[in-house]
Design a protein around this ligand. Structure first.
Ligand code: NAD
Ligand code: IPM
Ligand code: MN
Length: 365
């Protein structure tokens, strides 16, 4: 089997965690006889410095031809003065849009060994196993009009939260399918008591629900959901929500797991192509020190194997290796450990490769 991957390291800790994830991914593929071709792409601050734009056409075109894209993180203080379409973050948004990566799947599992490390009580977070499905190519991130006009006290800025029924329907289907393969419980989060975009969202999700009578659907308003998420996270299985709410709620969910650095994501389109990235940012406060937590990036590489390369077995090998390493307290400083990014990645690579080479070692899912 041959696969083509574009790797975009990005800025800040992006290159550190992306490098760690690529090491694990390449080693596992080699052990399993998968011929993985990796090319590098530029995006974000480095792309601005080298080419003047956060997403060069060349990067976009190569990503559209690849089977999958593995991405670290972008942005940082050096580029924070930039505004509007010039910002680093626009590079990532344009790539998501170009790839039509509309369904951002963000799994949140609390490892038993780390439940005591969350600032929330162990008995609240222990056993949490949920997935946030965030709509990724609509809402306020892309809606028109989007403008800044005038000057002085009357200077006005406008973002627009825009959704079509089709956009809601397709992401709702991804969430219902996922729920069907899990505990059959779906929570749709909106602000339908105020926003008309949320009223369309709720009506559309309700309509799709008719096709999934085996999945229990409930609606929650985003403000009270934000509270429930830290009060009773075990109550949730799959959560589907619009772009901006999903961005905010998934960082909140990072607190459950004890570090933002643990959470992976897969951004999926209709086909098998996907964009895989940890949910955290470029962490300028710790960049360049070799201490970033690579687990979120490594678990993103596992999602890549599952969704884009159809190698669930290899994804499980990496996920089991990560579980084992965490159980053995192989941790970076954000989780109270003393290991470097590279040391964690070496441990995971060794364990994952062993499992990939001898599938019998995989645990039951
Ligand atoms: P951040 O996620 O970069 O960092 C928030 C906090 O979490 C920091 O204290 C950081 O040290 C810590 N953290 C994050 N990832 C970690 C890891 N792997 N290991 C250990 N600690 C980790 O958020 P921010 O500081 O608000 O944003 C910094 C920049 O990153 C901004 O320019 C922002 O736009 C960008 N950003 C990029 C992405 C992305 O590229 N996908 C995502 C979020 C933010
Ligand atoms: C994320 C990030 C991005 C987002 C930024 C960097 C554009 O915060 O992936 O969660 O807001 O989607
Ligand atoms: Mn975010």
């Amino acid at each position: 089997m041959t696969a083509h991957l574009v790797m975009i390291r990005g800025d800040g800790i992006g290159p550190e965690v992306c490098g760690a994830a690529a090491d694990v991914l390449l080693a596992v593929c080699e052990a399993a006889g998968v011929d993985l071709h990796v090319e590098e792409g530029l995006m974000g601050g480095r792309a601005i410095d080298e080419t003047g734009t956060p997403l060069p056409d060349d990067t976009r075109d190569r990503c559209l031809r690849a089977d999958a894209v593995l991405f670290g993180a972008l942005g940082g203080p050096k580029w924070d003065h930039l505004r509007g379409e010039q910002r680093c973050e626009q590079g990532l948004l344009r790539l998501r849009k170009a790839m039509d990566a509309f369904a951002n799947v963000r799994p949140v599992r609390v490892h038993a060994r780390l439940a005591g490390r969350s600032p929330l009580r162990r008995d609240v977070v222990e056993g949490t196993d949920l997935v946030i499905v965030r709509e990724l190519t609509g809402g306020a991130y892309f809606g028109q009009p989007r403008e800044r006009t005038g000057s002085g006290p009357e200077e006005t800025a406008r973002d627009s939260t825009v959704y079509t029924a089709r956009e809601v329907e397709r992401v709702a289907r991804v969430a219902f399918e996922l729920a069907r393969a899990r505990r059959r419980k779906l929570t749709s989060v909106d602000k339908a008591n105020v926003l008309v975009s949320s009223q369309l969202w709720r009506d559309t999700v309700e309509r799709v629900a008719a096709e999934y009578p085996d999945v229990e659907l409930q609606h929650e308003l985003v403000d009270s959901f934000a509270m429930h998420l830290v009060q009773q996270p075990r109550a949730y299985d799959v959560v589907v929500t619009e772009n901006l709410f999903g961005d905010i709620l998934s960082d909140e969910a990072g607190v459950l797991s004890a570090s933002l650095g643990l959470l992976p994501s897969a951004s999926l389109s209709e086909g098998s192509r996907g964009l895989y990235e940890p949910i955290h940012g470029s962490a300028p406060d710790i960049a360049g020190r070799g201490i970033a937590n690579p687990y979120g990036a490594i678990l993103s590489a596992a999602l890549l194997l599952r969704h884009s390369l159809q190698r669930d077995d290899l994804a499980l090998a990496i996920e089991a290796a990560v579980d084992d390493c965490i159980t053995e307290d192989l941790l970076t400083p954000d989780l109270g450990g003393t290991l470097t990014t590279a040391e964690v990645s070496t441990h995971v690579r060794r364990e994952a490769t062993r499992r990939a080479a001898s599938p019998a070692l995989e645990p039951a899912p």
